[in-house]
Design a binder for this molecule. Structure first.
Ligand code: NA7
Length: 544
């Protein structure tokens, strides 16, 4: 009799960004599991492979936004700037791929287009767009949170005779705006990084803004060698402090309440955080700004004032100063010379909230009766965040249940990493985990470690199937929603709420209890023998 149901590999991983690279190293080199990685791009890097637009840069200090799993790697790598630009982060990930010899187990230029659970054999059948079919015991998605570009509400893009560029899929050869009339649509983190660079080159730049943003200074500069040496001497402690902070960065200046101090003291606190840069103003000022509207108003007023000070033309300043929603309920962008870009005569801003963009015509952008004629259109319109990359893989669980159907009313998970009825499927930084509100490389390492520890736990006990119970999933959903409802986030239309995509169910995509509480819960679950999970053994391989 022949075994008919043994997998081709132990694990299939999707993506060769921060998540996929670490997962491959861990599974293959530290656990000796056979592993295949599929990556749509032609090389490693994930987000940092695709987002090559001018000004693309990380908003968390690189000394913190980097892998912690290998002491030699973190000691040896030198970041040239505090906040590394996209080319340097990509070089870092390429270095990691070389250093651990990862490329040989990654199939590039290949998209996973089907991930189907085989009930009979308890295996995943993975289909690629090159026609390959691989059967694996486990499936790990490192497909990212912001990797499927949003299709904008307006049509006509194909009819445009000039060039259309997307920040999230930027040409490798770059783009030249010299002498051109350029439209940028979107003023999220990407648009706000790109606009100052495009403004320098373009003959004329028109920015189409739907919602003004609360952008605050990044505060970049060359790496400070003394500071870096000090961190590297204590890297273990620093990483530990980072993991024990809400956002996964070792900030320690947060005060309890913006309302407990007088205006003068508040101003001093905001000034210090504004000048220090990074996410300090957002996450290291006052604890109640995301929970209490009055507290939020104090910081929102402060930022509005600072924006108005920087923009000379009062009409432009009025358009750029955000109103009508609370600071931090959309992901706060960080900027370098963004507001000053509008002080050029050649840079204009068009409000497309009151009158939306109707369509792209052959020659430009039509808003109401007016067509803004341009040579190049840059779409900085964002992503189908969190769930989009998973939906794109056609994942089907027990009984052929499509993930899209299961998540008809919004994502449901246990711990943001596994889904009831989808056994042996691990979502790295999935919906309802701290993910995008937790320094990504550390969030990713934690999730890869959770997944690989679970696989190891099963292996040691002769088990091979892990799945969260329905009850555990329901409780986690209730908890994440309860926490979200204590914050101001549900009030605003943001991609955190699924509200940037027409027709997408409105649901909070992120666990807002912070990294420390989340990590403590995961640790308890593991210590309790994977509480909330059902661990079983298939009788496969079947024999005939
Ligand atoms: P975001 O933050 O989703 O920003 C997208 C921007 O595009 C935002 O200003 C949107 O306005 C705007 N947008 C989207 N659709 C339209 C239409 N139809 N008309 C006009 N304007 C539109 O994406 P980013 O790429 O900037 O940043 C994503 C993440 O990457 C970021 O949070 C970091 O984590 C890194 P809206 O606010 O929806 O009114």
């Amino acid at each position: 009799s022949q075994p008919i149901s043994s997998p081709d590999v132990d694990v299939v991983v999707v993506g060769a960004g921060f998540a996929g690279l670490y997962a491959l190293h861990k599974l293959r080199d530290m656990m000796q599991l056979s592993t295949r990685v599929f990556e749509a791009g032609s090389d490693v890097g994930g987000t940092w492979f695709w987002n090559r637009y001018p000004g693309a840069r990380c908003d968390i200090e690189s000394i913190h936004y980097s892998y912690s799993f290998d002491e030699d790697l973190q000691q040896e790598w030198q970041w040239s700037e505090k906040f590394a630009g996209q080319p340097e982060i990509l070089r870092y990930l390429e270095h990691v791929a070389d250093r651990f010899d990862l490329r040989k187990d990654i199939t590039f230029g290949t998209r996973v287009v089907g991930v189907h659970w085989d009930d009979e054999n308890s295996l995943w059948t993975v289909h690629t767009d090159t026609g390959e079919i691989v059967r694996s015991r486990y499936f790990i998605s490192g497909a990212g949170n912001l990797s499927v570009p949003k299709t904008p509400e307006f049509g006509g893009i194909d009819s445009f005779r000039g060039e259309v560029l997307m920040t999230g899929n930027w040409p490798h050869e770059g783009a030249d705006f010299t002498g051109k009339r350029v439209a940028v649509i979107g003023t999220g983190a990407s648009g706000i990084q790109a606009i100052p660079f495009i403004a320098q080159e373009a003959a004329e730049l028109t920015v189409f803004q739907r919602t003004p943003n609360f952008a605050t200074p990044l505060g970049n500069g060359p790496s400070d060698s003394d500071e870096v040496a000090e961190i590297k001497r204590n890297y273990g402690k620093v990483r530990n402090a980072a993991r024990n902070h809400f956002l996964g960065v070792p900030f320690d200046q947060v005060q309890p309440s913006a309302l407990a101090v007088d205006a003068e003291e508040r101003r001093r606190t905001f000034d210090a955080r504004w000048n220090a840069g990074g996410f300090r103003l957002f996450i290291d000022s006052y604890q109640d700004i995301l929970f209490d509207k009055k507290a939020n108003d104090t910081i929102a007023d402060y930022i509005r004032d600072r924006i108005r000070e920087r923009v000379q033309d009062p009409e432009k300043a009025a358009k750029l100063a955000p109103t009508g929603y609370s600071y931090g309920t959309k992901r706060p962008p960080l900027e370098t010379n963004y507001y000053e870009a509008f002080n050029r005569d050649t840079v204009n801003i068009v409000d497309v909230k009151t009158t939306p963009i109707d369509e792209i015509t052959a020659t430009g952008v039509r808003v109401g009766d007016r067509v803004y004629e341009v040579d190049t259109i840059v779409l900085a319109t964002g992503f189908d965040a969190m769930t989009g990359p998973l939906m794109a893989m056609d994942i089907r669980g027990r009984g052929g249940l499509p993930l899209a159907q299961k998540w008809d009313h919004g994502p449901t998970t246990y711990l943001g990493i596994m889904v009831h009825e989808f056994p042996n499927l691990f979502l790295i930084t999935g919906p309802q985990s701290p993910s995008v509100l937790y320094n990504m490389p550390l969030a990713i390492e934690d999730h890869v470690d959770f997944a690989t520890d679970a696989i190891d736990y099963l292996n040691q006990r002769g088990l091979d199937v892990i799945e969260p119970s329905k009850d555990a999933e329901n409780s986690w959903g209730a908890l994440t929603n309860d926490i979200a409802n204590q914050t101001l986030l549900p009030e605003t239309n943001s991609w955190y709420m699924g509200a940037n995509i027409p027709g997408k169910p409105r649901a909070c995509m992120v666990y807002l209890g912070g990294a420390p509480a989340y990590r403590a819960t995961c640790a308890e679950v593991v210590a309790d023998g994977y509480a909330g999970f059902i661990l079983t053994r298939t009788d496969s391989p079947l024999t005939v």
